[in-house]
Design a protein around this ligand. Structure first.
Ligand SMILES: [Mn+2]
Length: 332
């Protein structure tokens, strides 16, 4: 069994869902793990003849739409979902589903997630920070319980895992990850087809955005950190969408000697930031907490008010202090 600690409770939860209608919720700016987990969980419920739909506070990114396979997905204004019980996928806290959905669903029946900071806000909680993806947890639970995983669900779960492990490169890539992926492939997941959709269908405007981001990169803290920015207006100038910033910060992290990378997006008086680190020792979720954010040890984010120039120098100080306190030696 992959998750023996959850087995009984998961079965119990599914049993209570049998006389309910369920809305499967994802987080703001949904990513592959969020959408993949929603697809799979919704399809599992539908196969059990439980009425279920997915609702997301933001639209599904273009790149992920081909994986939906007819699974019902709505925006909040398209489906009222009254009388439905909520199941949150990949949401580190209640606010991640956005204000509107939070008001609609103040109580969360199921909370399935792998964020270290998740405070277990659901009636049923399946949280494992040691898992690479929410999709890994879900796949493991389905396999443990012998639940049906159709081809579309298998591919969706695979997409969640391949994206959240950075294509099997991050420290969260364990033997169990490969074991689960092997079983998903047996059930119809197709790695080459997934890679084609995920990584070979970029828009030119996204690459124009990348060009601007790369031009902004600065090394700080003696080359141990790298910061890149996207200023107001760059989206308009390049024709890129907000969702196209996904993955940019990884280029900053990829530089030799860089241990922490930061992407700062200026958004009309507010700043959206993403932290990535090469080593969990840096706990970027704690760094993000300085700015009211959170996330994983190696990947975290925040949103705050402020102006870019001021914020930038403040951030450099926070990073300098972090490296002083961490007393970690540079990775050479
Ligand atoms: Mn995730």
């Amino acid at each position: 069994m992959f998750y023996p600690q959850f087995n009984q409770e998961f079965r119990q939860m599914l049993a209570t869902m049998e006389d309910k209608k369920v809305v499967v919720l994802g987080h703001l700016r949904p990513d592959g793990d969020c959408v993949g987990s929603q697809i799979a969980f919704c399809r599992c419920l539908l196969a059990m003849e439980i009425e279920a739909v997915c609702i997301n506070p933001d639209p599904i990114p273009r790149i992920l739409r081909s994986f939906l396979g007819g699974t019902p997905f709505y925006l909040p204004h398209e489906f009222s979902g009254e009388g439905f019980s909520a199941a949150n996928m990949d949401c580190a806290d209640k606010t991640r589903i956005g204000q509107g959905l939070q008001a609609r669903y103040p109580e969360i029946l199921a909370n399935i997630d792998h964020h270290i900071s998740n405070p277990a806000y659901g009636r049923y909680n399946f949280i494992d920070a040691g898992s690479s993806a929410t999709a890994e947890i879900l796949a493991g639970l389905f396999l443990d319980c012998g639940l049906p995983i159709d081809e579309i669900a298998a591919q969706a779960l695979y997409v969640g895992i391949v994206t959240d492990t950075g294509q099997f490169r991050f420290p969260s890539t364990t033997r169990q990850v490969f074991e689960i992926c092997r079983l998903l492939i047996e059930r119809g997941a197709d790695p080459a087809a997934a890679a084609m959709e995920l990584y070979e269908r970029e828009s030119l405007s996204k690459l124009r955005l990348l060009e601007r981001f790369l031009a902004s990169l600065q090394l700080v803290c003696g080359g141990r950190a790298c910061i890149g920015v996207i200023k107001n207006g760059v989206y308009q100038e390049t024709g890129a969408d907000k969702e196209d910033s996904e993955g940019l910060v990884d280029y900053a992290r990829s530089i030799d000697g860089v241990e922490i990378a930061v992407l700062l997006e200026e958004r009309d008086g507010a700043i959206k930031g993403s932290f990535r680190s090469k080593d969990p020792v840096h706990r970027v979720d704690q760094l993000a907490r300085n700015f009211n954010g959170g996330g994983h040890a190696c990947a975290a984010g925040f949103n705050c008010r402020g102006h870019l120039e001021e914020f930038y120098s403040n951030l450099v100080e926070v990073l300098q202090e972090h490296f002083r306190q961490a007393q970690t030696s540079p990775i050479i």
